[in-house]
Design a protein around this ligand. Structure first.
Ligand SMILES: *Cc1c(COP(=O)(O)O)cnc(C)c1O
Length: 378
């Protein structure tokens, strides 16, 4: 039996255990401690630009807290791109707010500036300006940072940057995770680095960080007894998990290089296959961590389709996945508004995510290449 090849599996660096051991030695088995502080400091140093980081138990909880900090209330509209994981938008529903979904543009697959502005104009016309824009850097590709910022400034609507998939990506040499008014990261098991489960909220001032920590540790007021005047959440990252995160930060640069090497590997396989386009950076302003490498298969080429390739890979024990199904097509979000003209739906119909783990071996890559080539033989 050949071993299974996963889309993106955890890849430990070796340094994680020393931080976990330290947590056990010092009995910091809790959602606070030296690893939590250390992990936050590591992330602040990596992102630079004077940001403050609050380590939380997931990227999803970080988005939830971000919406609270922006004072979203039930009935508000919050904009989100449609081509993303459901976790980008679920916290909008947690708040009792309404998601408004936006199509992708073709260069980065992220928020289409034209559809975004249409949605905001229509909201304003109806007396309801959206409260926030959730902008995602999907698969590690930075969104159109300058265009989206200009729209945010023009209408004075803050950006929540969802860089769950984009740690290590840059735009004009500035790091993803620093572009939002509030930004979030994820360290789930499938992400470029993992703390087994975890996330972070990245903010520009200390007050926001303190408030995020307050809300994520049950909103305890200052008093000798338990006193609460706001609704709290139990969202802080465990000190044990933070230890894994610290170990992973030591190898982040290697992981970025390895994922980018995967992207080169696939570009090489597909360079002579006309029906396939490998998703690539639009120009040199963009640097993607290529968390996942994705392809679009032209259905009119008469070769393999997204589905025949996926099934052939599966037969060989190789996991691949269709792109994120657009959220405006999901049953759970069926009553939400959508602005656009079908770009993300077309991407979904013809796009496939290929195995992109930083731990893929040469032998595994050979298996993948052989299987793909067999699908496109004339
Ligand atoms: C993974 C992911 C999240 C959620 O992060 P968790 O840590 O899994 O809660 C949010 N947005 C996107 C785009 C993601 O890929």
């Amino acid at each position: 039996m050949k071993s299974k090849i996963w889309l993106s599996s955890p890849h430990m660096g070796g340094g994680e255990m020393k931080y976990i051991q330290q947590a056990f030695d010092e009995n910091w088995i809790s959602p606070l401690g030296p690893n939590v502080n250390g992990f936050e400091a590591d992330l602040e140093n990596f992102l630079s630009e004077g940001v403050h980081v609050a380590a939380l138990m997931s990227g999803t909880s970080a988005i939830h807290i971000a919406l609270m900090l922006l004072k979203v209330v039930p009935g508000d509209d919050v904009i989100c791109q449609s081509l993303t994981f459901s976790a980008s938008a679920n916290p909008i529903l947690y708040m009792g707010a309404n998601p408004v979904f936006i199509d992708s543009e073709k260069d980065t697959w992220n928020l289409c500036p034209i559809a975004l502005e249409e949605a905001i104009e229509e909201g304003i016309k109806n007396g309801k300006k959206p409260k926030a824009i959730i902008a995602v850097s999907i698969y590690g590709m930075p969104y159109k940072i300058e265009e989206i910022r200009a729209i945010s400034n023009k209408y004075e609507i803050p950006i929540i940057e969802d860089s769950a998939e984009a740690l290590g990506s840059t735009y004009k040499n500035r790091k993803c995770g620093t572009f939002g008014d509030l930004s979030i990261l994820s360290f789930n098991g499938n992400k470029i680095i993992t703390s087994s489960g975890g996330g972070a909220l990245v903010v520009k001032n200390r007050k926001y960080k303190d408030k995020a920590v307050f809300l994520s540790t049950q909103a305890k007021d200052e008093a000798p007894h338990y006193q609460h005047s706001e609704l709290g959440y139990n969202y802080r990252l465990s000190n044990v998990c933070a230890g894994i995160g610290r170990g992973q930060m030591e190898v982040l640069e290697d992981r970025i290089a390895q994922r980018r090497a995967n992207n080169e590997f696939y570009k090489n396989i597909f360079k002579d296959i006309d029906a396939v386009t490998v998703f690539s950076e639009p120009n040199e302003d963009y640097f993607s961590n290529f968390w996942l490498t994705n392809i679009i298969i032209d259905p009119s080429a008469g070769s393999a389709t997204r589905e025949t390739l996926r099934l052939k890979l599966l037969e060989e024990g190789i996991e691949s996945r269709p792109l994120w199904k657009p959220l405006h097509l999901q049953p759970i979000f069926k009553s939400a508004k959508f602005f656009g003209n079908g770009v993300c739906e077309k991407l979904f119909n013809n796009g496939l995510c290929l195995p992109s783990g930083s731990n893929l071996t040469t032998e595994e890559k050979d298996r993948i290449a052989k299987c793909i080539r067999s699908c496109f033989e004339k």
